[in-house]
Design a protein around this ligand. Structure first.
Ligand code: COA
Length: 185
């Protein structure tokens, strides 16, 4: 069973595991910011989350009792009701089992159904076709493309897709997406 717990309610060992996941080459390769995160920076980031209740929340995902990734909503704009988001699988043992799609489904439903967002958006690197594939399947559309915007680890210029979805689209398509994503199986 997949469950979630706020990172602020998770113990130090799990919080530190999140930092190690985020610093791994595989997870970093999907992120815009490639800088390694020190233990101090991580502690400051965790502390900052407690001051941003309702604006930025990070949830750790568990398969039964094993933590394997995170989902988060950030830059929550309470006037427009919009937010940015992110997710990753940290533990390699959980790759290739459609759990990326499951995290994406759960974070999108969290934003629209629980947090009442009107619009959810994010960015995805043009060399991260695996994530883009799932994001399009989960109902997001491409709103823009920033060409030659980042240097990849191998020194090539890559672009960034800007993706978004509206609550009305999610309400209409959620059931279909849930069956594609085999949510509940
Ligand atoms: C993105 C991530 C969560 C996906 O994990 P996963 O579910 O194990 O991924 P999979 O290997 O099962 O691939 C997901 C889908 O992409 C497809 N895919 C893989 N490589 C692809 C490619 N080069 N082009 C298009 N689709 C591709 C797979 O076929 C699969 O689709 P399917 O389930 O319909 O067959 C995981 O790779 C991760 O944590 N990456 C690092 C962080 C990250 O990139 N986060 C997202 C930031 S936007």
């Amino acid at each position: 069973m997949i469950t979630y717990r706020n990172i602020l309610e998770s113990d130090y060992k799990i919080q530190e595991r999140v930092r190690l996941w985020r610093n791994s080459d595989r997870v970093k390769a999907g992120m815009l910011n490639q800088s390694p995160i020190s233990a101090d920076q991580h502690r400051q980031w965790i502390d900052s989350l407690s001051k941003k209740t309702g604006l930025h929340e990070v949830r750790v995902s568990f398969s039964d009792s094993i933590p394997f990734g995170i989902i988060n909503l950030r830059d929550i704009n309470t006037d427009i009701k919009s937010c940015d988001w992110g997710y990753y699988i940290g533990d390699d043992a959980f790759l290739g089992q459609k759990l990326g799609m499951r995290l994406l489904y759960d974070l999108t439903d969290w934003g629209f159904s629980e947090a009442g967002m009107y619009k959810m958006y994010s960015t995805v690197r043009s060399d991260n076709l695996k994530a883009l594939h799932d994001e399009l399947q989960a109902g997001y559309h491409i709103e823009g493309f920033l060409k030659d915007h980042l240097l990849s680890a191998s020194g090539e210029l890559i672009g960034i897709y800007l993706i978004a979805q509206f609550q009305t689209e999610w309400v209409k398509n959620k059931e279909k997406i849930s069956s594609w994503a085999k949510i509940g199986d």
